[in-house]
Design a protein around this ligand. Structure first.
Ligand code: FES
Length: 175
């Protein structure tokens, strides 16, 4: 269930709408912020709170790739393989990521460090091919740049610490 602070946040959001159910997306986002994913238990809790059925909530959670039904690795690597990225070699980026992490798309590494997901267009086509790691976008990638980036993530030793990734490489758009 939501902790007291987050329950208060969701209550505030509910007040902005004529029907509690309209607060579902922000409520899911807050729930995911709290737990890292949206568990079955949390879906049932939100269902009671927003007067929605569990199946409705499951439908929403499974529709949007930004919501996760399972815990993710410390670094969630989302590889875009949609048209612009595909034309610019996303297949090579994806296989580089899979090889480096030792897992396939949809899997989480045994040490809990990496999860890889294949995603549709993330709205950064001008920087194709690109990946997202958490909330950061890395664009104009090739295999070498991707490997360098992944090595930086691999060098982070604490899985739940606040240590920053040493990212000295320019990966932003317009590269
Ligand atoms: S196709 Fe990859 S960001 Fe648009």
């Amino acid at each position: 269930m939501l902790n007291d602070l987050n329950l208060k946040r969701v209550d505030e959001i509910i007040k902005r709408y004529p029907e509690p159910r309209a607060a579902l997306l922000p409520a899911l986002w807050i729930a995911q912020e709290q737990e890292g994913y949206i568990s079955l238990k949390m879906m049932k809790f939100l269902g009671n709170l927003l007067s929605l059925s569990y199946s409705h909530i499951l439908g929403v959670v499974s529709f949007y790739t930004m919501f996760h039904e399972k815990p993710l690795g410390r670094f969630h690597i989302e590889v875009c393989t949609n048209i612009s990225c595909m034309l610019k070699g996303s297949d090579k980026i994806l296989s580089t990521v899979e090889k480096h992490c030792g897992i396939k798309c949809g899997e989480t590494s045994e040490d809990g460090k990496f999860t890889i997901t294949e995603v549709e267009c993330m709205g950064a086509c001008s920087g194709a091919p690109m990946i997202a790691v958490g909330e950061d976008y890395f664009e104009n990638l090739n295999e070498d740049k991707t490997l360098k980036l992944l090595n930086n993530f691999s060098n982070v030793t604490k899985l739940n610490g606040n240590d920053d990734v040493d990212d000295e490489t320019e990966f932003g758009g317009g590269d």
